[in-house]
Design a protein around this ligand. Structure first.
Ligand code: SF4
Length: 388
């Protein structure tokens, strides 16, 4: 629990990122974004979100590219009730910091091969440290922290501050998605990331207080590294983030299995969330709009998840298609992009089949993934396919 202040610190420029308490007025009602640090959700919390979606929202949990959850179409006056439910469920440890707990972590860290540390304790410790410092509530809502256990799945997501494990004794500090050259040990890694986060806020203030992201600061990485201090080594290349995460059954190092279910277009229904809560004591949301269900005795539940509409085939077209909200959620949209993309996937008529593609209702292209993506843009006369 945070001892943070009751009033938000002044933000020098309007920060429109929605939160769980400061919702966004969308065309289909209020939209609440609930930060899930490291994507880590206990089964009880998943049930809390599913029930809230059913009672107060449009019946689904929207998964974001940062492994957070959005509830849409909140009923008038439902925000207060939602806040109470989230707080009771341990999903709102700090009312003042709720929008700045943007933290992605390696998928299934500590459970599946690929990394040399378990970043789950880092995730919990960083979040607790963040929420314990009143000044850090002043971070922009877009500030992102990445915690990569060495498998290279999230270090390349362009986090403002990140930890990238290089070997069991050495952790690199990343700034703006690139290696800063600063090194630490796993035990001291969270303290270094918090120091870099404070340094970002101090540098941001010195440069006028208007930058949302570290990349917007003049000479940001060097200045923040200088504020943090320490001996620098030759930076290593940070691997680009993969186009999609794992899907299907993944063997854990302890002999058990994890199931990774991709959620078509990121819309997890309350019924699907309840089913997952039955199968695991905890789950992890990923930046690829999927949900990892660990510690299964075998892969037998995959059929049940697939029957519920989730996707466990690594080659499925659903892994390559993302959309913005579109109509009816966004008044700017020229089309119901989700319905149109769903029809294209299910009828096998995707316009650029085989390619990653992002369908959007207007040129803003909200939710577009990083990297090589074909744009499928709604226009007044149909969709225009733009290959980058
Ligand atoms: S891309 Fe345009 S239509 Fe889609 S959600 Fe963003 S603003 Fe709305």
């Amino acid at each position: 629990m945070s001892p943070g202040p009751t009033a938000l610190p002044t933000r020098e420029r309007a920060d429109s990122c929605p939160g769980a308490l400061e919702t966004h007025a969308a065309a289909d009602g209020a939209l609440a974004r609930i930060r899930i640090p490291g994507g880590a959700l206990a089964a009880t919390q998943l049930r809390t979100l599913a029930t809230a979606a059913r009672d107060l929202g449009d019946g689904a949990l929207e998964l974001t590219s940062r492994g957070n959850v959005q509830l849409r179409g909140l009923t008038a006056g439902g925000e207060g009730e939602l806040g109470d439910r989230l707080a009771a469920g341990g999903l709102l440890p700090s009312a003042t910091h709720e929008r700045v707990r943007n933290l992605v972590a390696s998928t299934l860290s500590g459970r599946t091969p690929g990394g040399s540390v378990d970043v789950r304790p880092w995730s919990a410790a960083f979040d607790a440290g963040l929420c314990a410092e009143p000044a850090l509530a002043g971070l922009p809502g877009r500030f992102l922290v990445t915690l990569d256990d060495g498998r290279g799945d999230v270090a390349g997501l362009g986090g403002d501050v990140g930890l990238f494990d290089l070997d069991p004794q050495t952790v690199a500090l990343t700034l703006g998605g690139a290696d800063s050259g600063l090194r630490t040990t796993p035990d001291d890694a969270v303290a270094l990331a918090l120091a870099a986060t404070r340094a970002f806020l101090a540098e941001r203030a010195e440069q006028g207080g208007t930058a949302w992201r570290l990349a917007e600061l003049e000479d940001g990485p060097a200045r923040i590294a200088g504020r943090v201090g320490g001996t620098s080594t030759e930076p290593v290349a940070v691997p680009p983030s993969p186009a999609s995460g794992p899907a299907g059954a993944v063997a854990q190092t302890d002999g058990r299995m994890a199931l990774v279910a991709v959620v078509p277009l990121g819309r997890l229904t309350a019924a699907q969330a309840d089913l997952i809560a039955e199968l695991a004591t905890d789950a992890q949301l990923t930046p690829w709009r999927s949900i990892a269900i660990p510690d299964r005795p075998d892969a037998g539940a995959a059929a049940e998840l697939a029957a519920a509409g989730l996707v466990l085939e690594p080659g499925s077209a659903w892994l390559r298609v993302t959309t913005c909200a579109g109509l009816p959620g966004c008044a700017k949209s020229r089309a119901d992009v989700r319905a149109d993309a769903t029809a294209a996937v299910t009828t096998g008529t995707l316009p650029a089949d085989g390619a990653r593609q992002h369908w959007a209702g207007c040129e803003r292209r909200c939710g577009r993934p990083r990297g090589d993506v074909v744009d499928v843009l709604a226009t007044a006369t149909g969709y225009r396919v733009e290959k980058s």
